[in-house]
Ligand binder design. Structure first.
Ligand code: UDP
Ligand code: MG
Length: 322
Protein backbone atom coordinates (compact mmCIF):
# COMPACT_ATOMS: atom_id res chain seq x y z
CA UNK A 1 0.00 0.00 0.00
CA UNK A 2 1.30 3.45 -0.88
CA UNK A 3 1.58 6.19 1.71
CA UNK A 4 0.78 9.86 1.43
CA UNK A 5 2.37 12.44 3.71
CA UNK A 6 0.32 15.55 4.33
CA UNK A 7 2.64 18.36 5.41
CA UNK A 8 0.98 21.16 7.35
CA UNK A 9 2.81 24.32 8.41
CA UNK A 10 1.51 25.69 11.66
CA UNK A 11 2.11 29.12 13.11
CA UNK A 12 -0.28 30.24 15.84
CA UNK A 13 -3.15 28.12 14.61
CA UNK A 14 -4.51 26.70 17.88
CA UNK A 15 -8.05 27.70 16.96
CA UNK A 16 -7.96 26.26 13.47
CA UNK A 17 -6.15 22.99 14.24
CA UNK A 18 -8.94 20.86 15.75
CA UNK A 19 -11.27 21.64 12.88
CA UNK A 20 -8.48 21.12 10.35
CA UNK A 21 -7.59 17.74 11.83
CA UNK A 22 -11.19 16.54 11.68
CA UNK A 23 -11.67 17.70 8.12
CA UNK A 24 -8.44 16.14 6.85
CA UNK A 25 -8.92 12.94 8.78
CA UNK A 26 -12.38 12.51 7.29
CA UNK A 27 -10.86 12.57 3.82
CA UNK A 28 -7.75 10.51 4.62
CA UNK A 29 -9.70 7.71 6.29
CA UNK A 30 -11.65 7.13 3.10
CA UNK A 31 -8.82 6.86 0.58
CA UNK A 32 -7.00 3.71 -0.46
CA UNK A 33 -3.60 5.12 0.52
CA UNK A 34 -2.04 4.87 3.95
CA UNK A 35 -1.26 8.28 5.41
CA UNK A 36 0.82 10.31 7.81
CA UNK A 37 -0.04 13.82 8.94
CA UNK A 38 3.13 15.77 9.45
CA UNK A 39 2.65 19.02 11.33
CA UNK A 40 5.56 21.45 11.32
CA UNK A 41 5.20 23.82 14.24
CA UNK A 42 6.94 26.98 13.12
CA UNK A 43 7.64 28.45 16.56
CA UNK A 44 4.01 29.14 17.47
CA UNK A 45 3.54 31.37 20.50
CA UNK A 46 0.04 30.18 21.31
CA UNK A 47 -1.15 26.75 22.36
CA UNK A 48 -0.70 25.15 18.92
CA UNK A 49 2.01 22.77 20.12
CA UNK A 50 -0.07 21.39 22.96
CA UNK A 51 -3.03 20.91 20.63
CA UNK A 52 -0.71 19.01 18.27
CA UNK A 53 0.73 16.94 21.10
CA UNK A 54 -2.74 15.95 22.15
CA UNK A 55 -3.51 14.84 18.59
CA UNK A 56 -0.20 12.97 18.35
CA UNK A 57 -1.00 11.21 21.62
CA UNK A 58 -4.31 9.86 20.26
CA UNK A 59 -3.24 9.23 16.71
CA UNK A 60 0.05 7.60 15.83
CA UNK A 61 -0.18 8.86 12.27
CA UNK A 62 0.11 12.42 13.51
CA UNK A 63 3.76 13.46 13.53
CA UNK A 64 5.25 16.69 14.78
CA UNK A 65 8.42 18.55 13.94
CA UNK A 66 8.71 21.55 16.20
CA UNK A 67 11.09 24.44 15.46
CA UNK A 68 13.10 26.32 18.06
CA UNK A 69 11.61 29.60 16.82
CA UNK A 70 9.68 31.03 13.88
CA UNK A 71 11.56 30.36 10.64
CA UNK A 72 8.77 31.14 8.20
CA UNK A 73 6.34 29.19 6.10
CA UNK A 74 8.91 28.22 3.45
CA UNK A 75 11.29 26.74 6.01
CA UNK A 76 8.38 24.82 7.52
CA UNK A 77 7.49 23.30 4.15
CA UNK A 78 11.11 22.33 3.55
CA UNK A 79 11.28 20.63 6.95
CA UNK A 80 8.07 18.84 6.00
CA UNK A 81 9.70 17.53 2.82
CA UNK A 82 12.81 16.54 4.80
CA UNK A 83 10.91 14.53 7.39
CA UNK A 84 8.27 13.04 5.13
CA UNK A 85 8.34 9.36 4.32
CA UNK A 86 5.34 9.01 1.98
CA UNK A 87 5.41 8.08 -1.70
CA UNK A 88 3.53 11.29 -2.35
CA UNK A 89 3.83 14.45 -0.28
CA UNK A 90 1.10 17.08 -0.16
CA UNK A 91 1.81 20.50 1.37
CA UNK A 92 -1.10 22.52 2.66
CA UNK A 93 -2.04 25.29 5.11
CA UNK A 94 -3.59 24.66 8.49
CA UNK A 95 -6.37 27.17 8.10
CA UNK A 96 -8.56 25.09 5.73
CA UNK A 97 -8.08 27.58 2.90
CA UNK A 98 -6.72 24.60 1.02
CA UNK A 99 -9.67 22.21 0.91
CA UNK A 100 -8.76 18.67 2.06
CA UNK A 101 -11.46 17.45 -0.33
CA UNK A 102 -8.90 17.97 -3.11
CA UNK A 103 -6.56 15.30 -1.72
CA UNK A 104 -8.19 12.35 -3.54
CA UNK A 105 -7.86 14.21 -6.85
CA UNK A 106 -4.16 14.79 -6.20
CA UNK A 107 -3.62 11.14 -5.41
CA UNK A 108 -5.55 10.14 -8.50
CA UNK A 109 -3.15 12.23 -10.57
CA UNK A 110 -0.26 10.56 -8.76
CA UNK A 111 -1.66 7.18 -9.69
CA UNK A 112 -1.85 8.30 -13.31
CA UNK A 113 1.92 8.88 -13.09
CA UNK A 114 2.16 12.63 -12.47
CA UNK A 115 5.07 13.70 -10.28
CA UNK A 116 4.04 17.28 -9.63
CA UNK A 117 0.46 18.28 -8.98
CA UNK A 118 0.03 22.03 -8.82
CA UNK A 119 -3.08 23.33 -7.18
CA UNK A 120 -4.13 26.49 -8.98
CA UNK A 121 -6.42 28.89 -7.20
CA UNK A 122 -9.44 30.04 -9.16
CA UNK A 123 -10.69 32.44 -6.55
CA UNK A 124 -9.46 33.55 -3.18
CA UNK A 125 -12.46 34.52 -1.15
CA UNK A 126 -10.54 36.05 1.71
CA UNK A 127 -7.94 38.04 -0.22
CA UNK A 128 -8.58 41.76 -0.45
CA UNK A 129 -8.37 43.73 -3.68
CA UNK A 130 -4.85 44.94 -2.85
CA UNK A 131 -3.57 41.37 -2.42
CA UNK A 132 -5.22 40.29 -5.68
CA UNK A 133 -3.80 43.19 -7.71
CA UNK A 134 -0.29 42.93 -6.26
CA UNK A 135 -0.30 39.19 -6.83
CA UNK A 136 -1.17 39.59 -10.52
CA UNK A 137 1.46 42.32 -10.93
CA UNK A 138 4.07 40.18 -9.22
CA UNK A 139 3.55 37.18 -11.50
CA UNK A 140 3.64 39.40 -14.61
CA UNK A 141 6.93 40.90 -13.49
CA UNK A 142 8.62 37.66 -12.51
CA UNK A 143 7.62 35.98 -15.76
CA UNK A 144 9.02 38.95 -17.66
CA UNK A 145 12.29 39.04 -15.74
CA UNK A 146 13.18 35.38 -15.38
CA UNK A 147 13.61 32.67 -17.93
CA UNK A 148 11.54 30.15 -16.00
CA UNK A 149 7.78 29.96 -16.26
CA UNK A 150 5.62 30.72 -13.23
CA UNK A 151 2.01 29.76 -12.94
CA UNK A 152 0.05 32.75 -11.65
CA UNK A 153 -2.27 31.75 -8.84
CA UNK A 154 -0.23 28.72 -7.95
CA UNK A 155 -0.26 28.34 -4.22
CA UNK A 156 1.58 26.61 -1.44
CA UNK A 157 -0.87 23.79 -1.96
CA UNK A 158 0.77 21.11 -4.10
CA UNK A 159 1.57 17.43 -4.29
CA UNK A 160 4.95 15.99 -5.23
CA UNK A 161 6.13 12.43 -5.68
CA UNK A 162 9.03 10.91 -3.74
CA UNK A 163 11.29 11.44 -6.75
CA UNK A 164 10.64 15.18 -6.70
CA UNK A 165 10.87 15.37 -2.91
CA UNK A 166 14.38 13.92 -3.09
CA UNK A 167 15.40 16.47 -5.72
CA UNK A 168 13.99 19.31 -3.63
CA UNK A 169 15.58 18.14 -0.39
CA UNK A 170 18.99 17.51 -1.88
CA UNK A 171 19.46 20.15 -4.50
CA UNK A 172 17.42 23.17 -3.46
CA UNK A 173 18.84 24.15 -0.11
CA UNK A 174 19.04 27.84 -0.87
CA UNK A 175 18.74 30.18 2.09
CA UNK A 176 16.75 32.77 0.17
CA UNK A 177 14.22 30.79 -1.79
CA UNK A 178 10.79 30.39 -3.32
CA UNK A 179 9.75 26.79 -2.95
CA UNK A 180 6.63 27.20 -5.06
CA UNK A 181 8.85 28.36 -7.93
CA UNK A 182 11.11 25.32 -7.62
CA UNK A 183 8.18 22.93 -7.52
CA UNK A 184 6.99 24.37 -10.81
CA UNK A 185 10.39 24.28 -12.43
CA UNK A 186 11.97 20.96 -11.53
CA UNK A 187 10.37 19.44 -14.60
CA UNK A 188 8.93 15.87 -14.50
CA UNK A 189 5.33 15.12 -15.40
CA UNK A 190 3.21 17.96 -14.18
CA UNK A 191 -0.49 18.50 -13.81
CA UNK A 192 -2.49 21.53 -12.75
CA UNK A 193 -5.71 21.11 -10.81
CA UNK A 194 -8.03 23.93 -9.88
CA UNK A 195 -9.46 24.70 -6.50
CA UNK A 196 -11.30 27.51 -4.84
CA UNK A 197 -9.57 28.93 -1.80
CA UNK A 198 -11.96 28.96 1.13
CA UNK A 199 -12.16 31.43 3.96
CA UNK A 200 -9.78 30.98 6.88
CA UNK A 201 -11.61 28.96 9.57
CA UNK A 202 -10.14 30.79 12.53
CA UNK A 203 -7.39 33.18 13.51
CA UNK A 204 -5.92 35.65 11.04
CA UNK A 205 -3.50 35.72 8.13
CA UNK A 206 0.16 35.70 9.09
CA UNK A 207 1.27 37.39 5.91
CA UNK A 208 1.29 41.15 6.06
CA UNK A 209 1.69 43.27 2.93
CA UNK A 210 5.21 44.12 4.14
CA UNK A 211 6.17 40.46 4.45
CA UNK A 212 4.72 39.79 1.00
CA UNK A 213 6.71 42.66 -0.51
CA UNK A 214 9.99 41.37 0.96
CA UNK A 215 9.05 37.92 -0.33
CA UNK A 216 8.40 39.29 -3.83
CA UNK A 217 11.73 41.15 -3.96
CA UNK A 218 13.66 38.07 -2.83
CA UNK A 219 11.93 35.92 -5.39
CA UNK A 220 12.82 38.25 -8.25
CA UNK A 221 16.44 38.36 -7.08
CA UNK A 222 16.50 34.56 -6.79
CA UNK A 223 15.19 33.87 -10.25
CA UNK A 224 16.56 36.71 -12.31
CA UNK A 225 19.90 38.39 -12.99
CA UNK A 226 18.29 41.07 -15.09
CA UNK A 227 18.28 43.75 -12.36
CA UNK A 228 22.07 43.39 -12.20
CA UNK A 229 22.27 44.35 -15.85
CA UNK A 230 20.26 47.47 -15.17
CA UNK A 231 23.55 49.32 -14.79
CA UNK A 232 24.38 48.77 -18.44
CA UNK A 233 20.99 49.99 -19.62
CA UNK A 234 21.08 52.96 -17.25
CA UNK A 235 24.55 53.81 -18.56
CA UNK A 236 23.40 53.74 -22.17
CA UNK A 237 20.31 55.78 -21.31
CA UNK A 238 22.11 58.47 -19.33
CA UNK A 239 24.87 58.56 -21.95
CA UNK A 240 22.28 59.28 -24.65
CA UNK A 241 20.61 61.85 -22.44
CA UNK A 242 23.94 63.55 -21.74
CA UNK A 243 24.63 63.69 -25.45
CA UNK A 244 21.23 65.29 -26.12
CA UNK A 245 21.79 67.87 -23.38
CA UNK A 246 25.21 68.63 -24.83
CA UNK A 247 23.73 69.31 -28.25
CA UNK A 248 21.01 71.47 -26.67
CA UNK A 249 23.61 73.46 -24.69
CA UNK A 250 25.77 74.08 -27.72
CA UNK A 251 22.69 75.09 -29.67
CA UNK A 252 21.52 77.68 -27.08
CA UNK A 253 25.10 78.92 -26.77
CA UNK A 254 25.23 79.63 -30.49
CA UNK A 255 21.74 81.19 -30.54
CA UNK A 256 21.53 83.14 -27.26
CA UNK A 257 25.17 83.41 -26.35
CA UNK A 258 24.84 82.11 -22.76
CA UNK A 259 23.71 78.54 -22.06
CA UNK A 260 21.31 77.85 -19.13
CA UNK A 261 23.99 76.03 -17.17
CA UNK A 262 22.50 75.90 -13.69
CA UNK A 263 19.25 74.10 -14.57
CA UNK A 264 21.08 71.64 -16.80
CA UNK A 265 23.56 70.72 -14.08
CA UNK A 266 20.93 70.24 -11.39
CA UNK A 267 18.75 68.05 -13.58
CA UNK A 268 21.68 65.94 -14.71
CA UNK A 269 23.09 65.56 -11.20
CA UNK A 270 19.77 64.46 -9.73
CA UNK A 271 19.23 62.02 -12.53
CA UNK A 272 22.71 60.53 -12.39
CA UNK A 273 22.73 60.11 -8.63
CA UNK A 274 19.29 58.52 -8.67
CA UNK A 275 20.54 55.97 -11.21
CA UNK A 276 23.72 55.36 -9.28
CA UNK A 277 22.06 54.78 -5.93
CA UNK A 278 19.42 52.56 -7.46
CA UNK A 279 22.04 50.32 -9.01
CA UNK A 280 24.21 50.27 -5.90
CA UNK A 281 21.09 49.25 -3.96
CA UNK A 282 20.31 46.43 -6.35
CA UNK A 283 23.88 45.13 -6.16
CA UNK A 284 23.59 45.35 -2.38
CA UNK A 285 20.53 43.11 -2.44
CA UNK A 286 22.38 40.45 -4.40
CA UNK A 287 25.36 40.69 -2.08
CA UNK A 288 23.00 40.17 0.85
CA UNK A 289 21.83 36.93 -0.76
CA UNK A 290 25.40 35.81 -1.43
CA UNK A 291 26.24 36.62 2.17
CA UNK A 292 23.36 34.51 3.46
CA UNK A 293 24.45 31.58 1.29
CA UNK A 294 28.05 31.97 2.35
CA UNK A 295 27.22 31.90 6.05
CA UNK A 296 25.37 28.66 5.39
CA UNK A 297 23.20 28.93 8.49
CA UNK A 298 20.54 26.24 8.85
CA UNK A 299 17.21 26.86 7.14
CA UNK A 300 15.51 25.74 10.33
CA UNK A 301 16.42 24.37 13.75
CA UNK A 302 14.40 21.55 15.22
CA UNK A 303 13.67 21.66 18.91
CA UNK A 304 11.88 18.35 19.18
CA UNK A 305 9.86 15.80 17.27
CA UNK A 306 6.96 13.51 18.06
CA UNK A 307 6.13 10.11 16.49
CA UNK A 308 9.08 10.42 14.10
CA UNK A 309 11.29 7.41 14.25
CA UNK A 310 13.69 7.71 11.37
CA UNK A 311 16.54 10.19 11.36
CA UNK A 312 16.09 12.22 8.22
CA UNK A 313 18.21 15.24 9.09
CA UNK A 314 20.05 16.69 6.16
CA UNK A 315 23.52 18.27 6.28
CA UNK A 316 23.59 20.90 9.01
CA UNK A 317 19.82 21.19 9.13
CA UNK A 318 17.93 20.20 12.21
CA UNK A 319 19.87 19.15 15.30
CA UNK A 320 17.61 16.16 15.60
CA UNK A 321 16.76 14.46 18.84
CA UNK A 322 18.00 10.98 18.04
N1 UDP B 1 2.73 29.97 8.50
C1 UDP B 1 3.93 29.46 9.00
N2 UDP B 1 4.91 30.34 9.38
C2 UDP B 1 4.78 31.70 9.27
C3 UDP B 1 3.57 32.20 8.71
C4 UDP B 1 2.58 31.30 8.33
O1 UDP B 1 4.10 28.25 9.11
O2 UDP B 1 5.70 32.43 9.63
C5 UDP B 1 1.68 29.02 8.08
C6 UDP B 1 0.31 29.31 8.66
O3 UDP B 1 0.13 28.69 9.92
C7 UDP B 1 -0.60 28.72 7.60
C8 UDP B 1 0.17 28.92 6.32
O4 UDP B 1 1.54 29.12 6.71
O5 UDP B 1 -0.81 27.33 7.80
C9 UDP B 1 -0.32 30.09 5.50
O6 UDP B 1 -0.36 31.26 6.26
P1 UDP B 1 -1.58 32.27 6.22
O7 UDP B 1 -2.88 31.53 6.16
O8 UDP B 1 -1.41 33.22 7.35
O9 UDP B 1 -1.32 33.01 4.84
P2 UDP B 1 -2.42 33.45 3.74
O10 UDP B 1 -3.29 32.25 3.49
O11 UDP B 1 -3.18 34.56 4.36
O12 UDP B 1 -1.62 33.84 2.56
MG1 MG C 1 -4.33 31.20 4.87
Amino acid sequence: MKTVTVVVSVYNEEQALPEFYQAVKKVLDKISWDHELLFVNDGSRDGSLSVLERLAGQDERVKIVSFSRNFGHEAAMIAGLDYSSGDMVICMDADLQHPPECIPAILEAAEEGFDVVNMVRTRNRSAGLLKEVTSVAFYRLINLLSDVEFEANASDFFGVSRKVVEVLRNSYREKVRFLRGYVQNVGFRKKNLEYEAGVRVAGESKYSIRKLFAFAVNTILCFSNLPLKLGIYAGIFSGALGFAVMIYTVWTWIRVGTPDGYATIVVLLCFMFAMLFLIVGIIGEYIAILFAELKDRPIYIVDRTENIHQNRAIRSEGNLTK
